[in-house]
Design a protein around this ligand. Structure first.
Ligand code: NAD
Ligand code: UD1
Length: 336
């Protein structure tokens, strides 16, 4: 199949790119490098042993993207390009709506104008769309009530995609990721955000590497067994496999489709559990101190993954220890 990946040099896109290349599809990569480095391209090619075509383009450049879709006869798009900082989304809401919502709309228009036949589109959504879940484990049928602008942009795109798939020749899936962590076994690609990390594992990595003195744990009196917040951490390799399963599922469909799937492990772990296990499996110390809760944080979320298990024929394989080892492997090797 001829496939385009947007946001392909980022954390999740690069892992999916490697898997797709292994399956011998023809792959075109696109990224504007807003949150990634061009060196990731060489790493993707090194791991997969294959050359790819890369375009440094903004996802909102509709006419250029339409031309690429026509030239390469693109049949499927994985859309990862977007802005993902919850904090920045509150400070720069316009930018977030523009890149995440208008960017997705513009990409869909380019795809529609550039290809007449069946179009497969797989979108990176987020568990943040549920807000503070009332029922756990959280199912796809749970009400969508995001509490931050970032989550609202994901909801905006999902609403648009559902409408789009109602007519025309569209097969669309939104994948709602829980908390992706870990890296490729080669240690070459991983989560490498520009600037100060906001997510837990990149923050732990900085402490393990001695770049930060201690980890700040946000909140010690949540209604959980140890007082720290609980999340569903999923290995990025398992997450990437979920994308291939979604592609196979859509490729078989004859009629229009729009559907959503949670991608998580179905198990929750507290912040303290993550810190203690990271120390144990990687034999490093993570000094920490408790800090007030982060604005907008929730106590507990973990996924009900039975829908993806049965319809996508997908399940996670990696243990928490494997996730934490591979998270550190990448950081340890990283030189930039
Ligand atoms: P990332 O920042 O590592 O990757 C996103 C990539 O998109 C980057 O390489 C960036 O340069 C590129 N990009 C940003 N704006 C662009 C634009 N206007 N045009 C072209 N390229 C652009 O993030 P990630 O963790 O790989 O996330 C990928 C997708 O998954 C995002 O849409 C994100 O919102 C979503 N998601 C991520 C997580 C997570 O925890 N990592 C969780 C849920 C959902
Ligand atoms: C956050 C976003 C969510 C987004 C997800 C993936 C918020 C409110 N939510 O989810 O929208 O989809 O990232 O990008 O920001 N923690 C610490 N110290 C740190 C960092 C984190 O204690 O330095 C804690 C957090 O308070 C949280 C847990 O670790 O309890 C996980 O945090 P994080 O990795 O940021 O993910 P989420 O908050 O689940």
């Amino acid at each position: 199949m001829n496939i385009l990946i947007t946001g392909a040099l980022g954390y999740i896109g690069s892992h999916v790119a490697v898997k797709i290349l292994k399956e011998n599809h023809n792959l075109t990569l696109l990224d504007n490098l807003a949150n990634s480095k061009i060196s990731n391209l060489k790493k993707i090619e090194k791991i997969s042993g294959k050359k790819t075509d890369f375009y440094k383009l903004d996802v909102r450049q509709e006419s250029s993207i339409k031309k690429i879709i026509e030239k390469k006869n693109i049949e499927a798009i994985f859309h990862f390009a977007g802005l993902k900082s919850v904090k920045n989304s509150e400070n720069y809401p316009q930018d977030y709506f523009d890149v995440n919502v208008n960017g997705s709309k513009s990409l869909l228009r380019a795809f529609e104008k550039g290809r007449a036949g069946k179009k497969i589109f797989i979108f990176s959504s987020s568990a943040t769309i549920y807000g503070n879940p009332k029922l756990l484990p959280c199912k796809e049928t749970h009400k969508e009530q995001p509490t931050n602008i970032y989550g609202k942009t994901k909801k905006g795109v999902e609403i648009f995609l559902k409408k789009k798939a109602a007519k025309g020749n569209w097969k669309i899936i939104s994948l709602r990721y829980f908390n992706p962590i870990g890296s490729h076994p080669s240690g070459l690609i991983g989560d490498n955000p520009k600037g100060k990390p906001e997510n837990l594992l990149p923050a732990i990595n900085k402490v393990a590497k001695g770049k930060e003195k201690e980890l700040l744990i946000f909140g010690s009196d949540y209604p959980t067994f140890d007082g720290t917040a609980i999340r569903d951490y999923i290995h990025v390799e398992d997450l990437a496999n979920g994308h291939l399963s979604a592609l196979k599922y859509l490729a078989k469909k004859r009629k229009n489709v729009y559907d959503v799937f949670n991608l998580g492990t179905g198990r929750g772990h507290s912040v303290l559990e993550i810190v203690k296990n990271f120390e144990k499996v990687n034999k490093v110390e993570i000094p920490y101190k408790f800090f007030p809760k982060r604005k907008g944080d929730i106590a507990i979320n973990y996924a009900n993954v039975s829908k993806a298990n049965s319809f996508l024929n997908w399940e996670t394989k990696k243990s928490l220890d494997q996730m934490l080892k591979s998270t550190w492997l990448y950081e340890k090797n990283k030189t930039n």
